[in-house]
Design a protein around this ligand. Structure first.
Ligand SMILES: [Zn+2]
Length: 295
């Protein structure tokens, strides 16, 4: 049986870290994608505390997950990464060091960090995007190696540049693949984000199943969600999105994907019924995965 997992960002924001793990377990998920993006934003945050307090906090969360019997299969680091502004880069440097170390303390094998985006850089020559992205990840590699956690880029979709919706530079799956291959470390992996690729199809990019075949065995993590190709809806599968999930499961089988099926959903929409919604989604997504797209 394939393992299922859920991205817990909205649960963490509403209920706190421990309760988020408890709810995910109660809902029947085998693992979680633990979100770190809420950390580092304020001075009183644990990211700014002493090294001891920082380590103790995340080690105790790891213990909590072990007691509950749920795995922290991946973490989510920063979405907004290096930009032309130096202040932004300095902030990302600080929090990403913390994100990778927290990932180590949580006992998780990998942290997803977004590539640089057309959203921040605008339309610039392709060489600039390629070089700046390599530069950024090259700074993170020594940390990934020291903390023994993999850094993972994820597939991208569209972006708004100068008020116009365009393909994000790394929404081109070939560009993402080339970036991944150029990183000089074995502490790297890739996260397949089905929803992002689905949005990129509006710009002629291959559908999710073909992207899975192209990236192949380098994919060990997933952000599964659906949309109408126009906006990043993060919908549960088969609830109004256009992804052909049967084809997606076939492609994962073809590449021998053995990771968890992790769902990254816009859970905030459920408001005060969030806990109940996640309990329902646990059942729904288990059936969906076992039925290879048929519920
Ligand atoms: Zn994602």
């Amino acid at each position: 049986m394939k393992e299922i997992s859920i991205s817990t960002g909205p649960l963490q924001r509403k209920y706190g870290d421990e309760k988020a793990l408890k709810i995910a377990k109660a809902a029947g998920f085998d693992a979680v994608d633990f979100n770190l993006e809420g950390y580092g934003m304020t001075d009183d945050c644990i990211y700014h505390a002493s090294e001891d307090a920082f380590g103790t906090y995340f080690t105790s969360l790891k213990k909590k997950a072990e007691e509950l019997g749920i795995r922290i299969g991946q973490t989510h680091g920063r979405c907004g990464t290096f930009a032309p502004e130096k202040d932004r880069c300095d902030f990302v440097r600080f929090v990403t060091e913390r994100d990778l170390k927290a990932t180590m303390y949580l006992g998780s094998p990998a942290c997803v960090i977004h590539s640089i985006s057309t959203m921040s850089w605008g339309i610039v020559p392709p060489e600039v995007m390629r070089e700046e992205n390599q530069k950024m990840f090259s700074e993170f590699i020594p940390l990934a190696e020291e903390y023994r956690v993999k850094i993972s880029q994820e597939t991208f979709g569209d972006a708004v540049a100068d008020g116009v919706r365009v393909l994000d530079f790394f929404g081109d799956v070939h560009e993402l693949k080339a970036q991944h291959e150029q990183l000089e470390t074995s502490w790297k992996t890739l996260c397949m984000d089905t929803g992002h690729v689905n949005k990129a199809t509006a710009f002629g990019i291959m559908p999710a199943e073909e992207a899975i075949r192209l990236l192949g065995k380098d994919i060990t993590l997933t952000h599964l969600h659906d949309n109408n190709t126009f906006s990043d809806q993060h919908l549960p599968p088969k609830m109004g999105g256009t992804i052909n999930w049967g084809n997606v499961f076939d492609a994962f089988d073809e590449i021998g994907y053995s990771g968890t099926y992790n769902f990254e959903l816009a859970l905030d929409y459920f408001g005060d019924t969030l806990e109940d919604a996640v309990i329902f989604l646990g059942k729904y997504l288990r059936k969906f995965v076992d039925g290879r797209g048929i519920v």
